[in-house]
Design a protein around this ligand. Structure first.
Ligand SMILES: Nc1ncnc2c1ncn2[C@@H]1O[C@H](COP(=O)(O)OP(=O)(O)OP(=O)(O)O)[C@@H](O)[C@H]1O
Ligand SMILES: [Mg+2]
Length: 455
């Protein structure tokens, strides 16, 4: 990732640099050349106007003056000055390759100048072995061309300046690329470090260490969020696994008790089969009943945890009345009266709310004293529907109320249950986005309060 980030950073910098610096370099080279050409042209014109009187009167007495002017100019600037007469014969040459009078009449720049034009350009001099910038201007008086002045410059100085400019541009590019590399590297490290932490934590968690957490450092916000989400997820999985583990431990413990009892009873039965076989058989079948009830409830709990059936609009009053009807014979056998009242519809799973009602009614009927009334009340409260199962039994202390929803927890007056009813009820209510709590009934007893979303 570091390499890829660096490559993208650097290629972007290179493209931008090339787009800025290459045209800049070429523009500079052209400007330098234009500047030099126009300067040389100005000088040539100045020399030509000074030479005019010398050539015009053909006053050789003036020649040394113009010659020394040309020489000092050449010495100052490093150029070469050639002044010719109308015929192209050199009158002044500051750097003659060979002594004697030379004719420049055949040179194209002199031909142009002698016919009244200004000629500029560069050419490579085969005699000198390097490139030259030349400017040739006519020496004229009143429209008559009297001769020509040519100033030549070696372009080496110009080339050096242009080259230096290119070197400066390259230097800037190198600095920019170095800075881009540094920024890219530190940026990559900023991103990579939390990713490495996350990877390590994921590997640990994958290997079974659910206490592994990714560090949440000063990283980009997206990565911080990712690390937090990951930690959250592992924490949730850890919680789930520990719940599962304790559930399995509790369940096997709870199953072992009736199984042991059953085995003892069966052994007993074998021994006393001749004397009182009947009694042993009854007790054994009671244990089997308890065992199957327990397994039934464990299955219900597992289903509640899976809880997938969608919620629908359920008339709770109608549902409560139905469950009360079902429980009436059981309650009647211990002289408990059942009532249901109120009206409201809720958004819940029908089977789930039925099971919740059954569990609460079972508790109420189990704990209410004879000749008392157990009431199911349904009422709408804002966006929720409240379902209360009220009894006038012994009730529970605050401490017991807090524990009553734990799996397999049974109070002192347990009454033969397996301690799963309320745990299951809470799971089912939560699936529908509701809550359940236990409260004291005014005048003694317990009421279970279920709140679920109204339809
Ligand atoms: N209405 C009530 N009055 C008094 N105590 C209750 C009442 N409802 C529940 N409890 C106490 O809370 C405990 C847990 O109740 P829960 O319904 O979870 O299990 P259970 O009734 O013992 O067994 P199960 O419902 O699995 O047959 C009970 O053992 C009982 O001691
Ligand atoms: Mg119960």
């Amino acid at each position: 990732m570091t390499r890829r980030l660096l490559i993208s950073y650097l290629s972007l910098a290179i493209v931008v640099l090339a787009m800025l610096e290459v045209p800049l370099g070429f523009i500079n080279a052209r400007n330098e050349k234009e500047r030099l050409t126009s300067k040389v042209e100005r000088d040539a014109v100045a020399i030509a106007s000074l030479a005019e009187s010398t050539i015009e009167g053909e006053r050789p007495s003036n020649r040394p003056a113009i010659r020394s002017l040309a020489r000092s100019y050449a010495a100052d600037t490093g150029g070469r000055v050639v002044i010719t007469d109308r015929a192209g014969i050199a009158l002044v040459d500051t750097a003659p390759p060979s002594p004697g009078r030379r004719s420049f009449a055949t040179r194209p720049e002199f031909r142009a100048a002698l016919s009244g034009d200004v000629a500029t350009g560069t050419r490579s001099s085969s005699t000198l072995g390097y490139d030259l910038l030349y400017v040739a201007v006519p020496v004229s008086s009143g429209g008559n061309v009297l001769g020509a002045v040519r100033v030549t410059y070696p372009t080496s100085e110009l080339d050096r300046r242009v080259r230096n400019y290119w070197i400066a541009l390259a230097g800037i590019a190198v600095v920019v690329l170095a800075v881009a590399t540094l920024i890219g590297l530190s940026f990559a490290r900023w991103i990579r470090r939390p990713l490495e932490g996350l990877e390590e934590a994921a590997a640990d968690a994958g290997a079974g260490d659910l206490s592994a957490r990714a560090p949440v450092p000063d990283a980009p916000p997206e990565l911080r969020r990712l690390a937090l989400e990951f930690n959250d997820m592992v924490a949730r999985v850890e919680g789930l696994v520990s719940v599962q583990q304790s559930f399995v431990a509790d369940a096997s413990h709870e199953l072992r008790t009736p199984l042991t009892a059953l085995r003892l009873r069966l052994e007993n039965l074998e021994r006393h089969v001749d004397e009182s076989g009947n009694v042993g058989l009854e007790a054994a079948s009671a244990e089997v009943d308890r065992l199957s009830a327990l397994v039934e409830e464990l299955l219900a709990l597992a289903r509640a945890d899976a809880g997938t059936a969608p919620a629908e609009s359920v008339d709770l009053a109608c549902e409560a009345a139905g469950r009360v009807e079902t429980w009436r014979p059981v309650a009647g056998s211990v002289r408990i009266e059942l009532e249901a009242n109120g009206i409201a519809a809720a958004r819940v799973g029908r089977d789930r709310i039925t099971q919740v009602l059954d569990n609460l009614l079972s508790n109420a009927v189990r704990h209410a004293p004879g000749s008392s009334v157990v009431t199911v009340r349904v009422a709408r409260r804002g966006h929720q529907v409240e379902l209360r199962v009220v009894d006038h039994g012994p009730g529970l202390t605050d401490e017991q109320k807090a524990r009553a929803f734990d799996r397999f927890w049974r109070g002192g007056s347990g009454g033969g249950g397996s301690g799963l009813g309320l745990a299951i009820a809470r799971r089912l209510v939560e699936v529908d986005g509701g809550t359940i709590e236990l409260r004291d009934t005014a005048g003694g007893g317990l009421e279970a309060v279920v709140r679920v979303p109204a339809a």
